[in-house]
Design a protein around this ligand. Sequence first.
Ligand code: SF4
Length: 216
Amino acid sequence: MDNQIYIRVCETFTSLQGEGLQSGFPFFFIRLTGCNLRCTYCDTSYAWSEGVKRSVQELISLWQESGLRHVLVTGGEPLIQEGTYALMDALLKKGATVLLETNGSISLARVNRRIVKVVDWKTPGSGSGSSFFLDNLRYIDRRDQIKFVITSRQDYKWASRLVRKRSLALFTTVLFSPCYGQVEPKELASWILEDRLEVMLQLQLHKVIWGDQRGL
Ligand code: SF4
């Protein structure tokens, strides 16, 4: 009998982490299939449905072959698959440092505390603006990051109000990322400086290096 745990995987590859505090480090990427949201600017919509079933053991072997310590579990939305928890726990057990990118709409209660989380807080301009699961704030700390993708001046104002109202910068790192093609990095930088807002301007490093290419 096959006791393996299987997950639907869109793609695996090695690249530099493009966002957040770990930006610039080489990572083994595991992009899982499926997402419960439909953001207007999604640049990985192929991950909504594309993918094949792989066992946790197979993924561990692929990571080991990569020769890298850091693993990024991303999507789509990784937490909609039950097997993701088993995968992350198995990676930790084997000595990986695990980073999880999640869209903020699903509870983080079951995510192992040793995993660093980059949690989106979707703005109104994303088209998924009311999706953030507020209870998740209990599970986010200094090692984690909350990321807002800013699509307009209105989004910026909305997000900056939230940062202040919830004192987000006091317990975690807040990233503001300009939406590619909709807000210029220069514009966002000037708004942040003008308001003396305690957030980190975030550019997508992989797009600066390789452009909008898949698997990099
Ligand atoms: S949550 Fe991420 S993967 Fe899902 S639709 Fe939004 S941008 Fe795309």
